[in-house]
Ligand binder design. Structure first.
Ligand SMILES: [Zn+2]
Length: 69
């Protein structure tokens, strides 16, 4: 039972942190939605075609050696 749990007011725009507008969920405005979309598209289309240039060899799966906890 969490008494402190707002219904929708907890939703914040992941771009600017403003309260989310229902019309533009999960963003506060079309602008932020576009920004996020651009980021997303950039992340997708920004993938270089020369992918197999650096990582040519197979890496060991367990590269987490010396994990400070
Ligand atoms: Zn925003």
């Amino acid at each position: 039972m969490n008494a402190i749990e707002p219904r929708q007011t907890a939703a914040r725009c992941p771009i600017c942190g403003k309260p989310v507008e229902p019309a533009f969920r999960p963003f506060c405005s079309k602008r932020c939605a576009d920004i996020d979309l651009n980021r997303w598209l950039s992340g997708v289309y920004a993938v270089p075609a020369k992918e197999d240039e650096d990582e040519d060899g197979a890496r060991p799966a367990d590269s987490r050696e010396g994990d400070p906890s």
